[in-house]
Ligand binder design. Structure first.
Ligand code: ADP
Length: 445
């Protein structure tokens, strides 16, 4: 019997082929209508979850996909806005932290540093980033660690002052006001500590305390002398005329000292608060110093002292307030006279140095010991307290000189050799037109 080698009759084959074609068509249709947009949607969401914005939100396919794409686009826009806002806030926070002069330290519950700003790195001279290390490892200051521990323990804001001894004994200690505050965040607790450097304030406080002590001390001597003599006069109203004369002369001398002290104090206060306006003009030194020398003739003659003006020919004028400059020269000459031995010589010399004129007042008196020399421009600093007071010194003269010179944009310096003499140098600016002449000429101009 012949065997039919075909498994299916031709009709069946035709039907199967038709069905296959229909299935392929259906597959292509489904793929086109559903699978391709679904895959595109998946790609879109993958981009979004990676924090990127998809290139387009257009989905081919049925209206449902188009609506989904619209919603995804809205979510993307919202995510983008949130990200931008977070970025802006982070930027503002960084900018605030960077611009702060106070140091900021953020520490977590394990005392590990989470954040610091530049000021903190500067304050504690940290060269490596301390983030990730414990406070003690990073800063190595027990008082800082204690402030953090105390804040975590109490859960309250904590404030304390810490003093750091300098590594170099010549430098002053540094003082910080530390405010630490617990901050709760997503179930964990951090501490934010702010470090305010109050070293300068402390220094000013010390200076003020010392100043008040010095002024009180200066006032006490003449006042106790007045009181002593007044009591004497009350107890013995009939003192002999010669004795009365002596008492009154002493009281007058001390009242003059008190006056000088108050005048100098007021002057210094005005200079330090910069409440003095300079009326600077071009001053020619030769006639200016000649006048002052004339005024001091008697004082110089009392000690048989000679004042020499050793000014070079054609010295240019300097720019100064004549009234203040006079105070500078008077104070310097007054010292030179006070601290010179009789029969001595005092010289005023000058030279031009760039845009400045350097003026030297030199005497050949008792000089200043090297250890005292750096301090003589400080208020109330005296090498020989008793002698300075006896000679009517207030201990403020050189301090006034320094302030006046600095107000003019100049500098002061002192050189001295014990028992050989002292030179005080004052550098003041030349008058404007002279500065131009002194400036190096530009060959191309
Ligand atoms: P004082 O009123 O005591 O002179 P100053 O401020 O003018 O105060 O000077 C401060 C101190 O510097 C003086 O007490 C003195 O010890 C020292 N001094 C200043 N000028 C001279 C000088 N030309 N020679 C020696 N010592 C000086």
């Amino acid at each position: 019997m012949p065997v039919d080698s075909t498994p299916f009759p031709p009709l069946t084959l035709a039907l199967l082929a038709g069905a296959g074609l229909a299935a392929a068509g259906l597959f292509a249709f489904v793929r086109h209508r559903w699978t391709a947009p679904a895959r595109r949607l998946e790609e879109m969401l993958a981009e979004l979850s990676a924090g990127r914005v998809p290139r387009s939100f257009i989905l081919p396919g049925p209206p449902a996909f188009i609506r989904i794409a619209g919603q995804v686009e809205k979510i993307a826009a919202r995510q983008d806005r949130l990200l931008e806002q977070a970025r802006r806030e982070e930027y503002s926070l960084r900018a605030i932290l960077r611009s702060m002069t106070e140091g900021v330290l953020v520490v977590d519950a394990n005392h590990v540093v989470r954040e610091v700003n530049e000021a903190f790195l500067r304050q504690f001279a940290l060269r490596t980033n301390p983030i990730g290390r414990t406070v003690l490892e990073a800063v190595r200051i027990a008082a800082v660690e204690e402030a953090i521990v105390e804040t975590f323990r109490s859960g309250q804001a904590h404030e304390r002052e810490i003093t750091l001894s300098p590594a170099n004994p010549d430098e002053p200690p540094r003082h910080f006001d530390v405010s630490a505050m617990p901050v709760r965040r997503a179930g964990t607790e951090d501490v934010v500590a702010v470090f305010h450097d109050i070293s300068r304030l402390k220094q000013l406080e010390d200076v003020r305390r010392e100043f008040v002590a010095n002024v009180s001390h200066e006032l006490r001597t003449p006042l106790s002398i007045f009181r002593g003599y007044v009591e004497t006069l009350i107890d013995q109203p009939h003192v002999p005329p010669a004795e009365l004369q002596r008492i009154l002369a002493t009281m007058l001398r001390h009242s003059q000292r008190l006056n000088a002290l108050v005048d100098d104090l007021l002057m210094l206060a005005r200079l330090e608060s910069r409440r003095i306006a300079l009326d600077a003009v071009a001053v020619r030194l030769e006639p200016f110093l000649g006048r002052i020398a004339g005024d001091l003739k008697m004082k110089l003659a009392d000690k048989q002292l000679t004042l020499v003006l050793a000014l070079p020919e054609g010295l240019p004028p300097l720019e100064a307030d004549p009234f203040r400059l006079e105070q500078v020269i008077y104070n310097l000459l007054d010292n030179a006279i006070k601290y010179s031995e009789p029969d001595g010589r005092i010289t005023i010399s000058a030279e031009v140095a760039g845009p400045m004129m350097r003026l030297h007042v030199t005497d050949h008196g008792k000089g200043i010991p090297p250890a005292d020399l750096p301090h003589i421009f400080e208020r109330f600093y005296r090498v020989d307290k008793a002698r300075s007071r006896d000679q009517g010194g207030t201990g403020l003269g050189l301090s006034i000189v320094k302030h006046i010179v600095q107000l003019h944009g100049g500098e002061v310096a002192a050189e001295s050799q014990l028992n050989h003499g002292t030179t005080i140098t004052v550098a003041l600016p030349l008058a404007e037109e002279e500065k131009e002449k002194e400036a190096p000429q530009n060959p191309t101009s």
